[in-house]
Design a protein around this ligand. Sequence first.
Ligand SMILES: CSC[C@H]1O[C@H](OP(=O)(O)O)[C@H](O)[C@@H]1O
Length: 364
Amino acid sequence: MKIDGKHFRSIWREPSGEVRIIDQRWLPHELRIVPLNTRKDFADAIRDMWVRGAPLIGATAAYGVAVQMAADPSDTSLDETYEVLHETRPTAINLKWALDEMNKVLKPLAPQLRAEAAFARAAEICDEDVETNRQIGLHGLEIIREIAAKKGGGRVNVLTHCNAGWPATVDWGTATSPVYHAVEDGIDIHVFVDETRPRNQGAQLTSWELISHGVSHDLIVDNAGGHLMQHGEIDLVIVGTDRTTARGDVCNKIGTYLKALAAKANGVPFYVALPSPTIDWTVVDGVKEIPIEERTGEEVTHVQGRDPEGKIISVQISPDGTPARNPAFDVTPAELVTGLITERGVSPATAEGLAAMFPEFAVQ
Ligand SMILES: CSC[C@H]1O[C@H](OP(=O)(O)O)[C@H](O)[C@@H]1O
């Protein structure tokens, strides 16, 4: 999407061949563009969240394989790279999906052919993600149009959690794509942005992308969503996902489950923007089967921001020695989900719905 009028993707390859990313750790205060030149660079970038968001994690891993194939295209190198990148973050299934996609292309090839083929497939994965998200936006737009019509053209108020926007993908975003399409459609739309503790992807990234695109929004604390729903201020919730099971259980940033409970209690539609590479067809019960990343407690005990002199700093908000737990995701059971907005249309959050939408992938 656009930053000060200039179009960006979150990851791209320069004409020189160098792969570059926006290092999201410094947004919204600094736009830092950095090259990723080695397998270690790619692993560090994913593990330490220079890039984050399920689709972008997958796209980054794909380019990480390509860069390593240019360095060493041997079978050993390919197998090691799969493991090194796969172990960076455990929850988003797009990481494994992308690595498997790369292996499908590379394993059968002679080593000397692998680098070119890897860069080609990585570029395809990026382009596919952009089109997938654009399609999700168009299908989500229909939901927003219906709500706008019911409100006689009145403002449609959307709540979203974390960042499932264009910085979480190669472009468009998933949960924000319907919003961008609604703005282009002339619909009066407003977004309530959960700050999303502990890393504040909502405050730092979603607010940044919406203000950069001129989208009306309010930043709210995570705990305000239920109150706003009780008072009729939210018309629908749209969130992203890092892994959705074959029956429609949705794993997403910690706190999503609580929003889904509040939405159910208040009759607010709760939608999940779901690109098909984020469906894990091998798991059914999300609570029991999806590995939840446990990140460092320091993300809970400290907050990053800009000081009065404009310097980006991290400050401690709890006493020395206070321990912290930091599960990074939770699972929303399918029965709390109104619908799954995929690139092929809106599916009920059921095994039957997903199998009908993606018959070629569904486990028979
Ligand atoms: C479009 S997937 C975005 C998804 O990824 C985020 O997690 P993280 O920032 O830790 O990679 C969050 O769960 C978003 O909903």
